[in-house]
Design a protein around this ligand. Structure first.
Ligand SMILES: *Cc1c(COP(=O)(O)O)cnc(C)c1O
Length: 382
């Protein structure tokens, strides 16, 4: 039996055609398709600027550089996230400080953020976990009153909205990923969007070795000269990838619609199952559903989660767990002295969460099978 994955890309003929036309063109990397994709994402989210890079992780690293994060600086991050959210702080020599999440949404808790602020705190990175925007009005207020920058790791949330505004306009910088499990894909890829001209300049510098003029400027000046004005990296993305990204972005409304339909199906299927507790959704948001996460109190039910995992996989359902709280990883324990007990809500949630398959190409019969298999397992435990 083929295993249904928890997430996967949808590639159509129009996407393939878009990529092939770049392969026949003069530019393979940093050409017109990069500009086109950046402009299209900026227009879509409603931001002034967009800077495309080689991955979501590179985008987070660029954002930390743009803010000037360095040794001695603290950046507050949630523990319930992918490690890249914290790793990007460490790349710049800074210290990630882990704040706990709200148990029913697994979004960073603004009150817990405030408790973690010291005179070394420079920024907050909020993560729109599963595709639901964080409580931005409170996070913006906390950032403002403490003179901190607010960065949004919206790798789960392209197309989500908060109080009628699209994710991408709710923080000083917002980061997206275009990994194949995310809403739209470029194979590997990422982007930072911002309204701040100075931050945009720094992002572009860092993406390209710290070189302060780009090839277009040099060509127009007929000049070979360039300055390395700071240490940067090669975080460029190719035209091949951006053609795919621009094509995928045109399909995003359909993708989002399908993800929301699947979430609704699950919500309904589990509404009378007391053992299965989907995460809650706030009233003032439009959810983008990168993940569909349920909590199951395995301990009270007397079930070992690894048995659920094995049972579901044996029956063709590829569930996953997002995430092991970052402060629990050996690297963070060793380097930053983090330990169990520091983020109790994230730690408790970790024991209970399962991510069920959700992606636009998931078929109706597959969806039915997933629910049947899960309910059968729960039923066997009763
Ligand atoms: C996917 C993801 C990233 C990293 O993106 P890549 O493109 O895989 O480097 C960072 N943060 C979160 C929350 C993610 O889900």
């Amino acid at each position: 039996m083929k295993i249904i994955p928890y997430g996967r890309q949808s590639i159509g003929e129009e996407d393939i055609d878009a990529v092939c036309s770049v392969l026949r063109s003069d530019w393979l990397t940093t050409g017109p398709k990069v500009d086109e994709f950046e402009q299209a994402v900026a227009d879509y989210v409603g931001s002034q600027y967009a800077v495309a890079v080689s991955s979501g992780t590179a985008a987070l690293h660029c954002a930390m550089y743009a803010l000037g994060i360095g040794p001695g600086d603290e950046v507050i991050v949630p523990s319930m996230t992918f490690a890249a959210t914290a790793n990007c702080v460490v790349y710049q020599g800074g210290t990630p400080v882990f704040a706990d999440v709200t148990p029913d949404t697994l979004l960073i808790d603004p009150e817990k953020v405030e408790e973690k602020i010291t005179d070394r705190t420079k920024a907050i990175i909020a993560v729109d976990y599963a595709g639901q925007p964080c409580d931005y009005s409170r996070l913006q207020a906390v950032a403002k009153s403490n003179e901190l920058n607010l960065v949004s790791d919206s790798c789960h949330a392209l197309g989500a909205e908060y109080q009628g505004k699209r994710v991408g306009t709710l923080a000083d910088m917002t980061v997206f990923s275009f990994h194949p499990v995310k809403h739209i894909t470029t194979g590997e890829g990422g982007m930072v969007v911002t309204d701040n001209d100075n931050l945009c300049k720094r992002l572009r510098l860092f993406r390209n070795h710290g070189i302060s003029s780009d090839i277009h400027q040099r060509e127009s000046r007929n000049s070979w000269h360039y300055d390395i004005s700071d240490l940067g990296y090669n975080y460029r993305i190719t035209d091949i990838q951006c053609a795919l990204g621009a094509s995928q972005l045109r399909r995003l409304p359909d993708f989002l619609k399908r993800r929301r339909e699947i979430a609704e199906y699950y919500d309904e299927a589990f509404s009378f199952v007391p053992e299965i507790d989907p995460l809650s959704t706030e009233d003032n948001v439009v959810h983008a559903y990168h993940l569909y996460v349920v909590k199951i109190d395995f301990e009270t039910l007397g079930i070992d989660r690894s048995n659920v995992f094995k049972y579901l996989r044996k029956n063709g359902v590829g569930v996953n767990v997002h995430y092991i709280p970052v402060h629990m990883h050996p690297f963070y324990r060793k380097k930053f002295g983090t330990a169990a007990g520091m983020c109790p809500s994230a730690e408790k949630a970790y024991e209970q969460i399962l991510s069920l398959p959700i992606y636009p190409a998931l078929e109706k019969n597959e969806l039915g099978r997933i629910v049947d298999v899960l309910l059968a397992f729960i039923g066997n435990q009763r």
